[in-house]
Design a protein around this ligand. Structure first.
Ligand code: GUN
Ligand code: ZN
Length: 485
């Protein structure tokens, strides 16, 4: 396909994740977005006096350039690899429970309310706006077990322009009588209906060589809530279509693990249960993974599945501390998840902060990583660096979602899914700006990079949605503070 014409050119600081251990901090970057919303080209270091000649050399002498102000910078949009849209009304409650009691006492009663499609419509409209304005450009949503409400969730995501995977929960047992699917057939038929609905939504808008913004995802809630027959049917459904993503929970809580193994006596591990039904594959997203055995880690690595690290929820529901550094050393794909309302914050910024704390807690506990040579132990039992945290929230999440060629960092041909961040005084979070310094003074390139890195670190640790001025998905301005004002 010929490259579409450039529509927007940004000039200013950009931070681009490169790997788990590095990013490019580019204080004077020129980045062009084409009419399809993809990055067209990037020129990394353009001094102000070189701006016109660079534009001319790119064939754009009269381009309208978005000139970032001092204190503004661009990063890739955040990717939330695990959240529950219908649990948002419960956010901030329930921290006195552990998982299985919490589900019965608070979560299932709330989710049951989404049978009422008026309630679903008004709640989901506000939920999706909130996730967008928090800087989540790609979101993996669990709906409820209800087909109609989950269609509404997908419709709202589609109309607001967020990139997302939307799934309805499959759950036909070990759930209260008022909130359980009556049969395997009804669960699978509703799933097929949702897939068709979401694919029809997106067909009208996606360019031929792009994945649609909104996609279905198969969502067996967790092994406990699905009979063998249901898991078998879902395994058969996904085997028809290798592109279908799968999301579920794994090894979050010790009682959950015991209960799972009692329900599947022929499986030797929790991961083995999913694997035996063909549900562990390269586009499976496994949330939590707090208590995996080494055999399970090896199995997940062999299948290429990804981990959604949900540290806020793991702390809040007293589930434990996932040894993410160890998983990274073992080569697992890892992204971050808010897991609202196990987690109490809709923002991936909060997940970043708690991922940092979780890694430090892990380092105090010093898990035995003796299955790896010392040279292979780069992340385990250490604090996570800022490049690692940014990577997990962006490119790492993209890999977990099977979108690594499309989002998570900036490169020609990738989608422009981005946040325009402001640490300026008027952002309303003046503490950042007062501390962070200015790029406008005449300083060396090295000092400029250091200042920019300081802005990023302060934003990640004490920023909030007031610092997210603009949210772009596929080149389109869909949210952020500037959108609301
Ligand atoms: N396991 C099964 N369902 C859920 C859920 O809704 N939240 C969390 N955190 N774990 C689960
Ligand atoms: Zn969850």
């Amino acid at each position: 396909m010929p490259s579409a014409d450039v529509t927007t050119i940004f000039y200013g600081p950009i931070i681009n994740p490169i790997s788990l251990t590095s990013y490019s901090a580019l204080p004077r970057c020129l980045l062009a977005v084409d009419a399809l919303g993809n990055v067209d080209w990037i020129v990394e270091d353009v001094a102000p006096y070189e701006l016109q000649s660079t534009l001319a050399a790119k064939g754009k002498p009269d381009a309208n350039v978005v000139d970032l102000k001092d204190g503004e910078f661009i990063i890739p949009g955040f990717i939330d690899t695990h959240t529950h849209a219908p649990q948002v009304p419960n956010m901030g409650t329930g921290g006195q429970y552990q998982l299985l009691d919490w589900l019965q006492t608070l979560t299932f009663p709330m989710e049951a309310k989404f049978e009422d499609i008026k309630f679903a419509r008004s709640t989901y409209a506000s939920v999706v706006k909130r996730t967008v304005n928090a800087g989540t450009t790609t979101c993996c949503y669990y709906g409820t077990l209800h087909l109609e409400a989950t269609k509404i969730l997908a419709d709202i995501v589609h109309s607001l322009g967020q990139r997302a995977f939307v799934g309805k929960c499959n759950m036909n047992r070990e759930s209260p009588s008022y909130y359980v699917e009556p049969s395997v057939d009804s669960s699978v038929n509703a799933t097929r209906d949702l897939i068709a609905h979401i694919r029809a939504l997106s067909q009208s808008s996606a360019a031929a060589d792009q994945e649609p913004l909104v996609q279905p995802i198969i969502t067996p809630r967790f092994a406990i809530s699905c009979t063998d027959d249901l898991l078998m049917e879902l395994g058969s459904l996904v085997s028809e279509d290798p592109s279908l993503r799968i999301q579920t929970h794994i090894s979050e809580n010790l009682s959950e693990i015991d209960f799972t193994l009692s329900l599947f006596p022929s499986a030797s591990t929790y991961a083995g249960v999913y694997d035996s039904f063909g549900l562990l594959r390269s586009n499976t997203i496994l949330a939590h993974a707090v208590h995996l055995s080494e055999d399970e880690i090896d199995l997940i690595k062999a299948r290429g599945s990804g981990i959604s690290h949900c540290p806020t929820s793991n702390f809040n529901l007293s589930s434990g501390v996932a040894p993410i550094g160890h998983y990274l050393d073992k080569g697992l794909k890892v992204g971050l998840g808010t897991d609202v309302a196990g987690g109490f914050n809709i923002s991936i910024l909060n997940a970043i902060q708690n991922a940092s704390v979780a890694a430090k807690v892990c380092s105090f506990q010093a898990r035995d990583s003796s299955t790896l040579q010392p040279a292979q132990q780069e992340f385990a039992n250490k604090a996570l660096s800022i490049p690692t945290l940014l990577y997990l929230a962006t490119a790492g999440g993209a890999a977990v979602c099977g979108l690594e060629n499309q989002v998570g960092s900036f490169a020609p041909g990738k989608s422009f899914d981005a946040l325009l961040v402001s640490v300026r005084e008027e952002a309303g979070n003046g503490g950042l700006w007062g501390l962070a310094g200015s790029l406008s003074s005449d300083v060396s390139e090295d000092e400029r990079k250091k200042l920019l890195e300081g802005w990023l670190e302060r934003f990640l640790f004490c920023g909030d949605d007031r610092n997210i001025s603009r949210v772009y998905v596929q080149g389109r301005f869909i949210g952020g503070k500037a959108f609301r004002s």
